[in-house]
Write a protein that binds this ligand. Structure first.
Ligand SMILES: Cc1cc2nc3c(=O)[nH]c(=O)nc-3n(C[C@H](O)[C@H](O)[C@H](O)COP(=O)(O)OP(=O)(O)OC[C@H]3O[C@@H](n4cnc5c(N)ncnc54)[C@H](O)[C@@H]3O)c2cc1C
Length: 515
């Protein structure tokens, strides 16, 4: 193994370069800077937060990515440095219900509510299933505890990590290898209820029919820890992280993409930015999507496991089509902050997204009205509507230039037809959309896969997911949704912590070795 340049030079303060100021990059930067590292982040865009982005135009402030924050203690933990009050950085409001599921026939179910309330609602949909809901959520709680303490909060970088007794126990508990949908179906007989407790895998970019049941935990997390929204919008979190990072002495260079990892022998020694300058550091951390990082920043000849061919063979998650609307003169009091609008034919939609890779004909969607919780996000008498439609990634044959207006009309038409927002199109005063191609172009997501690149199948999770320490290049690390533990805001923040711990451990191990 080559030696860290800092050890050779006996400098006291080690240095790190991070490629990308997404949540993962910011979190890793914070955890390194707080331990005295000199950290510089190079970010291709003009904002921090990556996919946690915001659109500020015409008096509207519209979150473009995440809208539902979970595991608030993980979100606040990162701000608990010194005598800081996490609430100064991230003031959170709990949403109740977390969201309402709406089916086209008018059936509804509020999720993220107290157990009694949930059971009562289930009773109205299918009386026989009501008594089984507590057992299902208890099983999900066990999945959560297994996943959190045996997988999410542990690094997986060597076969020994996999063979660790804690992990082996966790793996045994994760068996049998049934899907989330199959697991839920062991408890509930009603098809709508099965959908309600399994569709959440779409947040991970994978179908509930395929997602391993180790991930059957989100309904429990939503109910137990709540779903939260920051006043000022979700982007408040990105701003808070950016502020904390700079308070700790970190530097962010915006609008300066990295176009190559500078490599000497088989070790990273820094990066080359688009302006042609080379910047040196003891270690380099890539926050951009891992497959894109390998493909774009490291010559193919230097890669074995992650060659261009191998990357193309991997399994990538679905994407999303987003509509950001500003509307005027609508009373939306009948809608909660978050709604999940499902489709007439659930199988058909999943089939279109994951198998046929076609444009959904009857789009399912997440509809968010953040102005219910924070009216300051729009001018008076206006609302913000955020609509997220799961759709195939760019490995499909869809031409988004022609498809986007079609999907836009289907989505708005559906909300009108179901009577959820009658005459919606007449009230739109501001409108933008965002397609899978935009995910590729703006954030560098491989195949435009919006949620974390690699699908979290069993063989792309934990030890089998790309490691935080590069398996190809020394002194190179990864952080973010496409590496362990995976996608989602609290999980990516955890990834920042794990990667920073690993970097520090490796660094001090080197020091011990050389002394
Ligand atoms: C539409 C949508 C909705 C979501 N909703 C939720 C939700 O409600 N709740 C939740 O918990 N999670 C949600 N997620 C998931 C969550 O947003 C992501 O898991 C998380 O933001 C990913 O962060 P990251 O740091 O891994 O990656 P990114 O945010 O992609 O950060 C990577 C950064 O690298 C930069 N970059 C790329 N190439 C270069 C280069 N060459 N040089 C320099 N910089 C570069 C990018 O600009 C970007 O800033 C959602 C995701 C999407 C897409």
């Amino acid at each position: 193994m080559s030696q860290h340049p800092s050890l050779q030079k006996h400098r006291s303060s080690p240095s790190a370069i991070i490629v990308g100021a997404g949540l993962g990059g910011l979190a890793a930067g914070i955890h390194l800077a707080r331990h005295g590292w000199q950290v510089t982040i190079f970010e291709k865009n003009r904002h921090a937060g990556g996919r946690m982005n915001v659109l500020e135009e015409a008096g509207f402030r519209i979150d473009m990515g995440p809208t539902m924050l979970m595991m608030p203690e993980v979100l606040h933990e990162i701000f608990s440095i010194g005598d800081r009050d996490p609430h100064d950085y991230l003031p959170l409001t709990k949403l109740c219900p977390a969201y309402r599921i709406l089916w086209p026939d008018g059936t509804t179910l509020d999720m993220g509510v107290e157990m009694n309330c949930l059971v009562e609602q289930v009773r109205r949909i299918q009386a026989a299933d009501a008594a089984r809901v507590p057992a299902l959520l208890a099983a999900m709680k066990a999945k959560y505890e297994n996943a959190r303490y045996r997988f999410i909060e542990r690094s997986f970088n060597s076969p020994l990590d996999l063979l660790h007794p804690t992990t082996l126990v966790g793996l045994l508990k994760a068996l049998p290898l049934e899907s989330v949908y199959q697991m839920v179906s062991r408890y509930l007989t009603n098809e709508k209820l099965r959908q309600a407790f399994s569709f959440q895998t779409l947040y991970l970019g994978i179908s509930p029919y395929r997602c391993p049941s180790i991930y059957a935990l989100l309904p429990y997390v939503e109910m137990e820890f709540g779903v939260w929204f920051p006043i000022g919008g979700t982007y408040t979190l990105a701003r808070g992280l950016e502020r904390l990072f700079t308070e700790l002495g970190g530097q962010i260079r915006y609008c300066l993409p990295v176009d190559q990892i500078a490599i000497q022998g088989r070790a990273a020694k820094g990066v080359r930015t688009a302006d042609g300058c080379e910047h040196l550091a003891d270690i380099v951390v890539c926050n951009l999507d891992l497959p894109s990082a390998y493909q774009k920043l490291i010559p193919n000849a230097l890669r074995r496991k992650y060659s261009d061919g191998a990357l193309a063979q991997k399994d990538y998650g679905c994407s999303g089509f987003l509509l950001y609307l500003g509307v005027k003169g609508l009373s939306l009091t009948h809608l909660p902050h978050n709604s999940i609008v499902l489709s007439e034919n659930y199988n058909e939609v999943l089939d279109q997204i994951f198998i046929q890779r076609a444009l959904p004909t009857d789009p399912a969607m997440h509809l968010c009205v953040p102005t219910h919780t924070d009216p300051s996000l729009a001018p008076p008498d206006h609302h913000v509507l955020y609509i997220l439609v799961p759709c195939p990634n760019t490995q499909s044959n869809i031409c988004w230039e022609t498809a986007a207006p079609i999907l836009r009309d289907r989505t708005i038409g559906k909300l009108e037809r179901l009577g959820l927002i009658p005459n919606l199109h007449q009230h739109i005063v501001f409108e933008r959309w965002f397609t899978p191609v935009d995910f590729e172009k703006l954030y560098g997501c491989y195949a435009g896969a919006a949620y974390g690149g690699l699908t979290p199948t069993f063989f792309q999770s934990a030890y089998f997911r790309p490691h935080s320490r590069s398996e190809e290049i020394e002194n190179l690390y990864f952080v973010g949704a496409s590496t362990h533990p995976g996608g989602g805001v609290p999980i990516v923040l955890t990834s920042g912590k794990l990667t920073a711990e690993l970097i520090r451990k490796d660094y001090y191990r080197q020091i011990l070795r050389t002394n």
